[in-house]
Design a protein around this ligand. Structure first.
Ligand code: MG
Ligand code: MG
Length: 271
């Protein structure tokens, strides 16, 4: 069932969204060469506790994964892209780090992810990060009343094609609100004009992610961490948004974030 949210409910999701944005900004500030993933995990745990928020990942037990997830943030490095299980790993110069966070505050949830490079960035890593950021902005732009879910999927796919990145269809965006995953899957590949018609009050997590040279994935023995099957590097960008009568409302926008636009394609600026 798809539940449309009232403006007041969307504002409550925005409260959670602002906090998620704040935490991901902090993760971007702290992630550096020599920092251990568990230091980031523990820092985020502290922030969540002090805010009185609830992690959507702690005790998360989907059909995949091995036992409940006992961390509050997903940290995926290099060829790892989704559900990265924080572990004892010290970040090295040039590592690509994707951080994905979903929390609830007073019963309403927001979900967002960003990818950054630690230390010296390789041009091809900045390029794929840029591609996911552009695809996310294109997806947000398509999230307007009268459009359909397929228009969002097609917008993401078009950016991926433009850059030459294959698109995996096993994991994509989703409805969100009272829980992290609500009805309607938003594939990162699809046809314009197909699927559910978008209406004001629809809240979605949109999350393009790409690997440089494959659309296939493999799981780590931990049962969680998902990597590109060929070991190529990856990136992931996600925002929680609300469809409104007017422009789409981004509930997890970071304060210093510069929304990607196609004209800035070769920019290396990171919010
Ligand atoms: Mg997420
Ligand atoms: Mg998500």
């Amino acid at each position: 069932m798809i539940e449309l949210k009232s403006p007041a409910e969307i504002e409550r999701m925005h409260v959670a969204g602002r906090f998620v944005a704040e935490v991901l900004t902090e993760v971007g500030r702290l992630a550096d060469v020599g920092v251990n993933l568990m230091d980031l995990e523990h820092h985020v745990r502290g922030m969540i506790e002090r805010r009185g928020a609830v992690s959507c990942y702690w005790d998360y037990s989907p059909s995949f994964g091995r036992g409940p997830f006992r961390n509050v943030i997903c940290l995926s490095v290099n060829d790892a892209v989704l559900h990265g299980l924080p572990h004892d790993y010290t970040l090295r110069d040039g590592d690509v780090l994707s951080a994905d966070l979903a929390v609830g505050i007073d019963g309403w949830v927001a979900d967002s992810a960003r990818t950054i490079v630690v230390g010296t960035a390789a041009e091809e890593d900045l390029r794929i990060i840029r591609a996911t950021e552009e695809a996310l902005e294109a997806a947000i732009e398509a999230a307007r009343p009268g459009n359909r879910i397929g228009d969002i999927s097609a917008a993401i796919w078009a950016v991926a094609r433009d850059y030459g990145y294959p698109v995996n269809t096993e994991f994509g965006g989703h409805g969100i609100g009272r829980t992290m995953h609500e009805d309607i899957h938003v594939s990162n590949k699809g046809r314009a004009g197909r699927g559910l018609e978008l209406r004001p009050g629809l809240t979605l997590a949109l999350e393009p992610w790409f690997a440089r040279t494959t659309d296939r994935i493999v799981y780590d023995p931990d049962g969680w961490t998902i990597r590109s099957a060929d070991g190529s590097r990856t990136a992931h960008s996600e925002h929680t948004i609300a469809v409104t009568e007017d422009a789409p409302l981004v509930l997890t926008r970071r304060e210093a974030e510069q929304p990607a636009t196609p004209s800035l394609r070769l920019s290396t600026k990171d919010a």
